[in-house]
Design a protein around this ligand. Sequence first.
Ligand code: ADP
Ligand code: MG
Length: 247
Amino acid sequence: MSNTDFALSVEDLTVSFDGFKAIDDLTLYVDKNELRVIIGPNGAGKTTLLDLICGKTRASKGSIKFQNEEIIGLAEHKRVRKGIGRKFQTPSIYENLSVFQNLEVSYPSGRSVFGALAFKCTEEVKTTVQSVAEEIGLADKLETEAGLLSHGQKQWLEIGMLLMQEPELLMLDEPIAGMSAKERDLTAELLHRICNNRAVIVIEHDMEFVKKIAHKVTVMHQGKILAEGPMEQVQADPKVIDVYLGH
Ligand code: ADP
Ligand code: MG
């Protein structure tokens, strides 16, 4: 097996649920610093693919390599430690804690000087919280209780909680659902910033948004890849228009 520069290599991946192949012999490569968007009709297998990559669901067969290392047998928490971050559709922030505290508790404890023994708010943690808060546009909201944030700000906070772990692959499932137009624009800018030093995979339906953020688009259909390439190419593909964009 040769080494590659890909952040993520998925090869011949299949998962069956009671004989139904939700992911069917799928092969996908994502570059370092790439922002890949996955689109496709409901039930195409998009969320299941992310579940397989983060280890929430076990594959029936195939290979998933993260930075050239096979991870298909690894438990979910071990994949997190390797640098894979996943944001689910519903935010899982601590509503009663402040923005600062939400970010602070997401700092990987093993990495702090004091470790898990006596968690202290070291300068290192504070500095990381500050820089992440700036990246997600919440630097002026550090003392705000998370429950008081707008829907969009909660989504950004959750992205920030993932960024605290400095993931090298970040996966987001429909991150702009329920956001205002302004919040969508700010999220596009945020995603541009965060793919500077990591690979990002986004599942999204909103084509205007996809156009703004995607380096490349992968179109899924029935657990397989229907088309892949730059947005303009994929949009003009008759197969894609037929099963997805035409509706
Ligand atoms: P998408 O995110 O593209 O809308 P999903 O990945 O959620 O699609 O689902 C793909 C297919 O796999 C659907 O038919 C769904 O019902 C099925 N599926 C997903 N997860 C499971 C599961 N844990 N058990 C059985 N079927 C599942
Ligand atoms: Mg889905």
